[in-house]
Design a protein around this ligand. Structure first.
Ligand SMILES: Nc1ncnc2c1ncn2[C@@H]1O[C@H](COP(=O)(O)OP(=O)(O)OP(=O)(O)O)[C@@H](O)[C@H]1O
Ligand code: SF4
Ligand SMILES: [Mg+2]
Length: 341
């Protein structure tokens, strides 16, 4: 893609200063999302997917400290622009869909009113539509996320709706102001499989129609494969591989990605798989002696260099891998067992 990315994160680092030590949560993260592109962020629990998205929105925990890098959004550095600019961007230009809609929605306000609140907050910035009443626009927003009988549902409270419907309301809230960047953090967790598929179809259809840049965080590789253009794999606060979705599935090059995807063709082609368990645990991110490659202690291919030196994720490569000894071929490569120790 020749146009510059809408979101361009470079060298981003973040730590949490806690009583039990400093958590080195993110280090040297590079990530780009172009207009109209859907990028999947995958990795085990604790790999840093959520803290990355919170930091971009400026809603990190108080204990979080940025240790370096930039996160340019349309030329504005989200890490340096200050709360005033961020709060103006949030909801209007950058929106987020959270994992649990029931806790994210206000239980004592009707869903229609909640959408109107968002529209009102950003109304000044979106002048041309002001002639249309807020109620009409809120009903329209509900209609766009395929909620049946939106006029009636406008007056419903979250507890009167199913989980899938609440998630549609969250999507309507997130998209009400037509953001140019959407961050969806596990948007289908807790929903049954059919509803999951419907909600994902809805998000991706709207994203494609509106040419939104979308960062889709998930544990579900099949969902990521079906809906994303590119996938970025995270491990223990590092981005370790970034590739077009099909390419990553066909020929993962990082040993961690290969493990996640399963090491045989039979396993790889299973449908609707969550990430496969990878032997060993994520390292404790409070350690001061973390290896250069944070996967080193779980990796059969490690060499002394892996522990000593962090492998970079080359910028500009269509299929980029942060590994000193990457896998080389499709499918069978994942079973290569070269040990350099
Ligand atoms: N407020 C905090 N204080 C200290 N450490 C934190 C805090 N929030 C997150 N962390 C740590 O940062 C790391 C990344 O957490 P994060 O929630 O981003 O993981 P995740 O990839 O989103 O996991 P999951 O898939 O379970 O949602 C973890 O080690 C976590 O313990
Ligand atoms: S080969 Fe080395 S750099 Fe590559 S994943 Fe294994 S430990 Fe990390
Ligand atoms: Mg998370």
């Amino acid at each position: 893609m020749s146009a510059p990315p809408l979101l361009d994160v470079q060298g981003f680092g973040l730590e949490f200063r806690t009583r039990s030590g400093t958590v080195h949560a993110l280090q040297g993260i590079d990530l780009a999302v172009h207009k109209g592109e859907i990028v999947g962020l995958v990795g085990e629990s604790g790999s840093g997917k959520s803290v990355l998205s919170y930091a971009l929105l400026g809603i990190s925990d108080r204990a979080a400290k940025v240790t370096g890098g930039t996160a340019l959004f349309g030329g504005v550095d989200l890490l340096a622009c200050g709360e005033r600019t961020l709060s103006d961007l949030r909801g209007r230009e950058i929106s987020m869909i959270f994992q649990s809609p029931r806790t994210a929605l206000n239980p004592i306000r009707t869903v229609g009113r909640q959408i109107e609140d968002v529209l009102r907050r950003h109304a000044a910035a979106r002048g041309p539509d002001l002639g249309t009443s807020l109620r009409k626009r809120a009903v329209q927003a509900l209609r766009e996320v395929a909620i049946s009988d939106p006029e009636r549902r406008h007056g419903a409270y979250p507890f009167e709706m199913s989980g899938g419907m609440c998630q549609r309301v969250m999507i309507a809230l997130a998209l009400a102001c037509r953001p140019s960047l959407l961050i969806a953090d596990e948007p289908t967790t807790g929903l049954d499989v059919t509803t999951q598929a419907a909600v994902m179809d809805l998000i991706t259809t709207l994203a494609r129609e509106r040419q939104m840049a979308t960062l889709f965080i998930t544990h579900d590789l099949a969902l990521a494969a079906d809906h994303c253009d590119r996938i970025v794999v995270m491990h223990a606060g590092h981005a370790v591989e970034a590739a077009p979705a099909r390419e990553l599935f066909r020929a993962p090059r990082h040993p961690y990605s290969a493990r996640l995807l399963g090491s045989t063709p039979g396993e790889r082609t299973r449908s609707a798989q969550e990430l496969l368990p990878v032997p060993g645990n994520l390292p404790d991110l409070r350690r001061d002696d973390l290896p250069g490659c944070r996967f080193a202690e779980r990796c059969e291919r490690r060499s002394p260099r892996c522990t000593a030196e962090r492998p970079p994720l080359p910028r500009g490569d269509t299929h980029a891998v942060a590994c000193w000894h990457p896998l080389t071929g499709p499918l069978a490569a994942a079973t290569e067992e070269t040990v350099h120790a």
